[in-house]
Design a protein around this ligand. Structure first.
Ligand code: A3P
Length: 301
């Protein structure tokens, strides 16, 4: 019988977000009212050969690449439907709070968002019918800031993080945030970067040259598009392009109202938050773990 420990740290008056551990990963309680059901759903998920998973550690550019992939499959159409309706979030599949599709009857190709680690993500047992995974990695300093701002803006349904930035940064370095340690997540996928069904991308590289990345993603998905269409999708998927369709990227907050999955969309916002001491901690405890892997990031462009 699997167990699902509930986890929340406190430090004086500060509290971390509350999590349920499902398959070893810290998952926000708003995503599932029944951890056993979620565990069974993930474990028994049957992939199709034409499934496309957009995979990230949170706040790495998931929404951005969900939109790019969706437009690639839809001839550059800009849809006003919410991105999570068009590209559903696997870990929310058993949520009672948010309406969820029936994954079995979703038409192919299914485009799916997930934050699952490589060891847990659904896979085909059959070599010839493997689905595709697009992994987007982002530098952890900007992720930590983006994650902090996101948790604050969500007010996380009564289970929320409550504390200042320095407390969140500490939780992040110690892996006490949703989906655990950043470095484990990213390195687990980096080991598979050369698998033919994995495309490993970096947020900062998309910022530097979006057009080439739209083309690269389209080719990876066997959807070669005209130069005109590639340019149009790249234009529509810049930060300012996506802002024009802002309602598509809004999600419900704990209290009244909505918050956006688009915030600043920049490389280097971390410099507005990091003290020299915190920077040293990230270098020594987070980035040092990448040493020897060949995985490197830009922290400004
Ligand atoms: P910031 O909070 O640093 O602005 P996710 O979708 O994984 O939750 O990631 C959210 C981050 O991606 C946010 O970062 C958001 O602003 C950024 N983002 C979303 N769309 C983007 C785009 N078109 N270009 C650049 N950044 C984008």
């Amino acid at each position: 019988m699997a167990s699902f420990p509930v986890f929340q740290l406190t430090e004086g008056e500060w509290t971390s977000s509350k999590f349920i551990e499902v398959l070893g990963l810290k998952i926000a309680p708003r995503l599932t009212s029944d951890p056993q059901l979620l565990c069974d759903f993930i474990t028994n998920f049957q992939t199709r050969p034409d499934d496309v998973f957009v995979v990230t550690y949170p706040k790495s550019g998931t929404t951005w690449v969900q939109e790019i992939v969706w437009q690639i499959f839809n001839e550059g159409r800009v849809a006003s439907d919410n991105i999570l309706q068009r590209v559903p979030f696997l870990e929310a599949a058993t949520s009672a709070r948010f309406p969820q599709p029936d994954y079995n009857t979703l038409p192919s190709p299914r485009i799916l968002k997930t934050h699952l680690t490589h060891n847990i993500i659904p896979k085909s047992g059959n070599e010839d019918s493997k689905c595709k995974y697009i992994y987007i990695a982002r530098n952890p300093k900007d992720i930590a800031v983006s994650f902090f701002q996101f948790e604050k803006s969500m007010k996380v349904f009564g289970h929320g993080f409550n504390g200042p930035w320095e407390f969140f940064a500490k939780l992040f370095v110690e892996g006490n945030v949703g989906f655990n340690f950043w470095n484990d997540h990213v390195l687990g996928w980096w080991k598979h970067k050369d698998d033919p069904n994995v495309l490993f991308l970096k947020y900062e590289d998309l910022q530097k040259d979006l057009l080439s990345h739209v083309r690269m993603i389209a080719n990876f998905l066997n959807k070669p598009l005209s130069d005109d269409l590639i340019s149009r999708i790249a234009e529509q998927c810049t930060f300012s392009g996506m802002k024009k369709n802002a309602a598509s990227y809004e999600i419900e907050k704990a209290d009244e109202g909505k918050t956006s999955l688009l915030r600043k969309g920049e490389v280097g916002d971390w410099k507005n938050y990091f003290t020299p001491e915190l920077n040293e901690r990230f270098e020594n405890e987070v980035l040092a773990k990448l040493k020897g892997s060949g995985l490197e990031f830009d922290f400004e462009i």
